[in-house]
Ligand binder design. Structure first.
Ligand code: PMP
Ligand code: GLU
Length: 397
């Protein structure tokens, strides 16, 4: 008999991970599925990072680390923030966790309580809204469709703010849309937020380095909001280290202290070996980032071309991350063998079962008319996958 708590019963499972798991199950049955569901680089972790991890094992980094991470790693992150982002932080403002996913959740659990509102521009990454629910807060979703390149305007932001607003979660470059806020656009949002000093700004910058329009812009650069920004970042995407589980925040001192306290009772510091690997990533040669970025940019161009060729798809040109998020509402309401596609989750399931391509329906991202394809895989697989998508969708009547 299942007697899970109300809190857990209200939680939806991660759709990105669920679709990936379904795709792996079909593969295990011998079906040739192309998995464009989960978002993770297909590259191996660079050798110099792996070497540092092996060295850490041999040097017996086998004990508990300080809860927020080793001082050397936090210093390396402070240095990265200074040299790459021109932002000044102290090591005490950095807390390392088991992936940026835990970092976001830590912050929300530390600052959000019953009755508090959190503004989330949609489309949003699947886990934000569920994490707010875990913290017993209320999601205030601000929709931004493909016609506005999936980015909210300062006026939309201002209209969503109430006396209960506790935080906003911004993600740029964005998962799932690939949209990137320009410096001017971020300044527009910062100017609104500057008028509301009690709102914490959570800036998820995990795709910082997968950017096709130039330099990364952080909302933390604006003095009028700077002291209320929590930057979330990590090594998963930039250094192809998703399985190592190492993310971090750069936060106001009080939020860093709160996350330290929470983590001290909850998980302790992240893996000692992953921390030594991350330290090597931040202090070693950085060419690997640009090599992977270029590969993703080539694939972005390929995907835009292939998807634009599919009847009914509306395609935006992503400026970062490794996702394509076409609007496929043209197919919603159509049927296959008498089964109607009620939304893009049905469409994703149809593509998986009938076309053997795994993608994620936009419902989970707060955009029921869209579907997400992760293009972090080889060019050959992308060509084959999009051919299957096109042929499979053509079966809908
Ligand atoms: N934020 C966003 C927007 C993401 O896409 C991901 C990827 N899962 C994360 C945070 C978490 O990354 P990780 O936990 O692997 O560091
Ligand atoms: N960020 C990736 C995705 O959105 C990883 C899966 C997850 O953590 O949800 O697919």
């Amino acid at each position: 008999m299942s007697q899970v708590s109300e809190r857990l019963a209200a939680l939806s499972p991660s759709e990105t991970l669920a679709m990936s798991q379904k795709s792996n199950e079909l593969k295990a049955q011998g079906i040739d599925v192309i998995n464009l569901s989960v978002g993770e680089p297909d590259f191996f972790t660079p050798d110099f990072i792996k070497k540092a991890a092996k060295k850490a094992i041999d040097e017996n980094f086998s004990f508990y680390s300080p809860v927020p991470g080793y001082p050397e790693l936090r210093k390396a992150i402070v240095n990265k923030l200074k040299t790459e982002n021109n932002l000044d932080y102290k090591p005490e403002q950095i807390v390392c966790s088991n992936g940026a996913k835990q970092s976001v959740c830590n912050v929300l659990l530390c600052i959000v309580g019953p009755g508090d509102e959190v503004i989330i521009p949609a489309p949003y990454w699947v886990s934000y809204a569920e994490m707010v629910k875990l913290a017993e807060g209320t999601n205030v979703i601000v929709p931004a469709g493909i016609e506005q390149d999936f980015k909210i305007t300062p006026a939309q932001l201002e209209a969503a703010i109430t006396p209960k607003t506790k935080a906003i979660i911004l993600c740029s470059p964005s998962n799932p849309t690939g949209s990137v806020y320009s410096k001017e656009e971020l300044k527009g949002l910062a100017d609104v937020l500057a008028k509301y000093p009690d709102i914490t700004i959570i800036a998820d910058e995990i795709y910082e380095h997968i950017n096709y329009v130039g330099k990364h812009e952080s909302i933390a650069q604006f003095e009028n909001v700077r002291e209320r920004v929590v930057i979330v970042n990590g090594v998963s995407k930039a250094y192809a280290m998703t399985g190592w589980r190492l993310g971090w925040i750069a936060a106001p001192q009080w939020i860093a202290a709160a996350c330290n306290k929470l983590q001290g009772q909850y998980t302790s510091g992240p893996s000692s070996i992953a921390q030594k690997a991350a330290e090597a990533a931040y202090t070693g040669p950085q060419e690997c980032i640009e090599e992977m970025r270029q590969a993703f940019e080539r694939r972005r161009d390929l995907m835009v071309k292939l998807a634009s060729d599919i009847p009914g798809f509306k395609v935006s040109k992503p400026q970062g991350a490794f996702y394509l998020f076409p609007d496929c509402s043209y197919y919603i309401g159509k049927s296959f063998n008498g089964k109607k596609m009620e939304n893009s989750a049905d469409l994703a399931m149809f593509l998986l079962e009938e076309g053997h391509v795994a993608a994620v329906g936009g419902v989970a991202f707060g955009a029921p008319g869209c579907i997400r394809f992760s293009y972090a895989t080889s060019d050959d697989k992308l060509v084959e996958a999009m051919k299957r998508v096109k042929d499979t969708l053509a079966k809908l009547v």
